[in-house]
Ligand binder design. Structure first.
Ligand code: BMA
Length: 826
């Protein structure tokens, strides 16, 4: 095979209706090309989004010249290979039509040899307006919209959240969004390889290789080489490889992630090489176990036969302009996911099938991938062309990703069933139901069955194996999205009402840090309810919801920075209540994937990592909450506001639980101390505890009626902790009343900074009084801190390791340090 890369050519683009040719980037899109040309302002700044909606109403053309040599023309076939065109494309080579496309998620291969000529050739790709396509196609398909403010996005196979989402701007892109090249070949071409793994009882693994050729050839044979780490290469002939002492791949926290380099040569009958397939694979089994039990049916992932509690978050596209994102763009947030003790990410169905870099990183970091097909929320058409295209898309993506160690599940869609169930179960709307079933219960599972190599298929998220959409059904079977907190504005403690088998979405919004806010918000328009901030809040009424929850728990902040900080603390409180509850409910509950890990632009959102990469308070908290050993308090009851806002509380008992999902048993010491705000320890205790894998245990119940009566619930707080081998593995503060009723003392924090290397320091913080969610920052410096937004207890020093992106000195650090804790917000 002889390849000629085309992405690296000197591409140009212009508006079809006329306009200057300008330099373009491939892979890329028209928005980023216009930006690079200085033709549009920063789409993320202020309210600029609204002024850029003309872009997707126009048609665009991309073109490049290239030379073709005699060798390439000497091949029997020369394929034009386009891994992704966005979306309504007409491809012409030297003025002659090659193909038209209308599905962003399919890779294409067209034989263009007869259109090529020696010397100079011109490839031109016209990209018609996707919004016009929607207005003129499938016009009878006009379902109730959930996210797209203009409407119609489900009529086209294109990244759905580009049309606007409750965290995403509307930028409907066009472009050559993945690699493009010529591939010349003669005789035959290797079209695909599948590797099946058989994990035997004796511990060995047998790999069975099957291959597919462009021209089927029964004489063709297999030759392979395989290697892991420093072990010598083994090689052999034939479709089967026996590995007697395999190194197994495990999810993060359960073991290592050894990846085998596998190279497969396919030879023709005469021994001539047809093609080579080289990939990194992990040796593991993954299954979705659904076994009858006393609660209904389990919903749990098992890797190498070991049940795993899925700890993770939902992944959305890493950028509003996804074309051409590199490994670094993914490494930042996936690295942060692994650093926060996650073992799973859900690639949510309103985005894209991610790039190879994304799945490489998940393989390396031990992040299992719950992979949605790209359908979300709103009903999809069921015409033949649409279903055929969706099936082709599924075939392309399943075959592309099936060898991945990280791949745990194919899921039909996000919430299309749960949001539209009332219509889909309406006997008067049988055709709607038939359309739904054709796609999600026939076409997609058919492809996964045929090409997926055993990866399980799940029709929708959430789904309970039958038509049920109520919370009670989720307590018995399947996976659940829980939005009564946030969208339903229910009390935060309502998380604890439901014992879901698997929580695949739940979350709470917060605002961006002031540093991230400064990247999109004109300083003169920074009011939360002003035009710029409202444009960076995409959930209808979202700012009111944030304020509602913030003020249920905290006092009115004195300034906007205080509000931002409180919104992040509130986000921690809410997601923490969910995560702790789900972990305490193990093994009935076997997964906690909060909404959402990342952002695609800077926006008020549910993410734990801001678009700029800064960790919100939540991400620091999640690292603690997803640690293998967790101590948590279940505090039944709540503060009650009765007639005339008369306050009372039923909070009195504190149940201390340990939850543990490490691979090997261990022992720990549970420690609790009841503090008075004046710093004295009123009472305390400790208990030796056994930590068994996949067990959550109620270890101790404290009845605090006495101290509450004596001191007042506003003047005491409880510290709970779990020590393992003398190290504090988990620690948290329990309040017996919302913090707004606690008069937290203020005091100066003593700070020590020790430089250990030019980019590495250890900071020490000591406060004479209790400080809640103490947060520090080094203004203007990029750094990663081992912990932040933690509690300081009177007189106890907290040491934090800090890595800086550039060289720093102790004096620079001391000058740029800023600190705050809850008491500083009012
Ligand atoms: C879920 C998701 C998204 C949405 C999020 C927040 O239901 O599947 O569609 O962005 O909630 O509302």
């Amino acid at each position: 095979m002889r390849a000629l890369p085309l992405a690296t050519l000197a591409w140009q683009f212009r508006e079809c209706a006329g306009g200057p040719w300008r330099p373009a980037r491939v892979p890329g899109c028209v928005h980023t090309d216009l930006l690079a040309a200085g033709a549009i302002p920063d789409p993320f700044w202020g309210t600029n989004e609204a002024g850029l909606q003309w872009i997707d109403e126009r048609d665009w053309e991309y073109a490049a010249d290239f030379e073709v040599g005699a060798e390439l023309l000497g091949e029997e076939v020369v394929d034009l290979v386009a891994d992704g065109l966005d979306t309504v494309a007409t491809v012409r080579l030297n003025g002659r039509l090659v193909a038209r496309t209308e599905n962003m998620f399919i890779g294409h291969r067209w034989d263009v040899r007869r259109l090529l000529r020696p010397g100079k050739n011109t490839l031109a790709i016209r990209l018609d307006s996707a919004t016009r396509y929607i207005r003129t196609h499938r016009t009878s398909h006009r379902p109730r919209e959930i996210n797209d403010p203009v409407g119609g996005c489900t009529a086209i196979r294109k990244e759905q959240c580009q049309f606007g989402w409750d965290w995403g701007p509307r930028f409907v892109t066009a472009g050559i969004w993945r690699d493009i090249r010529l591939e010349g070949w003669s005789g035959n071409r290797l079209a695909g390889v599948a590797v099946a793994q058989d994990h035997r009882r004796d511990g060995s693994v047998t790999l069975t290789i099957s291959h597919e050729l462009a021209r089927p050839d029964p004489q063709s044979r297999v030759r392979w080489r395989i290697r892991v780490g420093a072990r010598a290469v083994s090689l052999g002939d034939g479709p089967s490889i026996v590995i007697r002492d395999p190194l197994l791949w495990w999810p993060n926290g359960q073991g290592d992630q050894p990846l085998y380099d596998l190279e497969v040569d396919i030879l023709d009958g005469s021994g001539k090489l047809i093609g080579t397939w080289a990939r990194r694979i992990g040796l593991r089994t993954v299954s979705l176990q659904q076994r009858r039990d006393k609660w209904g049916k389990s919903f749990q992932f098992a890797v190498n036969g070991r049940a795993i509690f899925a700890k993770g978050a939902n992944w959305i596209p890493a950028h509003s302009f996804v074309a051409g994102l590199d490994r670094g763009a993914y490494a930042r947030d996936l690295g942060a996911a692994a650093a926060a003790n996650m073992n799973m990410v859900r690639v949510w169905g309103g985005g894209i099938y991610e790039s190879e870099d994304f799945y490489d990183l998940c393989d390396e970091l031990g992040l299992l991938v719950w992979q949605d097909f790209m359908f979300a929320c709103t009903l999809y058409p069921g015409d033949k062309a649409f279903v055929d295209s969706s099936r082709d898309e599924a075939r392309f993506q399943v075959r592309r990703l099936r060898h991945r160690a990280c791949l745990a599940l194919w899921c039909g869609n996000n919430e299309v069933w749960s949001i539209n169930a009332h219509e889909l179960t309406d006997p008067k709307k049988k055709a709607l139901r038939a359309d739904y079933d054709r796609l999600f219960h026939a076409a997609l599972p058919g492809v996964v069955e045929e090409f997926g190599g055993g990866t399980p298929y799940w029709p929708s998220s959430p789904w309970r194996g039958n038509e049920a959409t109520d919370h009670a059904a989720g307590e018995a079977r399947g996976d659940s999205h829980y939005w009564d907190v946030w969208h339903g504005r229910n009390p935060v403690k309502d998380y604890e009402k439901w014992s879901f088998r698997f929580a695949s979405e739940f979350g709470m919004q917060s605002y961006n840090s002031p540093a991230t806010q400064a990247t999109f918000c004109p300083p003169e328009d920074a009011n939360i309810f002003g035009a710029s901030m409202e444009n960076h809040q995409k959930n209808k009424g979202g700012n009111q919801v944030v304020l509602d929850y913030v003020t249920r728990r905290y006092r009115m902040p004195k300034d906007q920075d205080g509000l931002i900080y409180l919104s992040q603390l509130n986000q921690v409180y809410c997601v923490q209540t969910g995560i702790e509850h789900y972990r305490r409910n193990m093994p009935r509950c076997m997964g906690s994937l909060y909404w959402q890990l990342n952002d695609c632009w800077p926006v008020a959102s549910w993410s734990s990592i801001e678009f700029t990469g800064r960790w919100r308070a939540l991400h620091h908290a999640v690292r603690r909450l997803y640690a293998p050993a967790l101590v948590s308090a279940h505090v039944p009851g709540d503060e009650i506001f009765g007639t005339s806002n008369c306050r009372s509380s039923t909070v009195r008992l504190v149940h201390l639980h340990t939850s543990y999902d490490g691979p090997a048993p261990g022992q720990g010491v549970l420690v609790w101390d009841l503090f008075h705000l004046d710093g004295t320890v009123l009472q305390g205790g400790r208990k030796k505890v056994e930590l068994r894998p996949m067990q959550s245990v109620l270890q101790k119940t404290l009845d605090l009626a006495g101290p509450i009566a004596k001191h007042g619930r506003e003047r005491i707080y409880l510290r709970i902790a779990l020590d393992i081998a003398g190290r504090r593995a988990s620690q948290e503060t329990v309040f017996l009343t919302p913090p707004r009723f606690i008069d937290l003392p203020k005091a100066r924090t003593k700070v020590s900074i020790r430089m250990k290397a030019p980019r590495y320091a250890v900071a020490g913080f000591t406060s004479p009084v209790f400080q809640h969610r103490f947060a520090f920052d080094f203004a203007g410096l990029s750094f990663a801190a081992g912990d932040n937004f933690f509690d300081l207890y009177p007189g106890e020093q907290k040491l934090v390791e800090v890595d800086f992106m550039a060289r720093v000195t102790g004096s620079i650090l001391r000058k740029s340090l800023t600190c705050r804790s809850l008491a500083d917000t009012y």
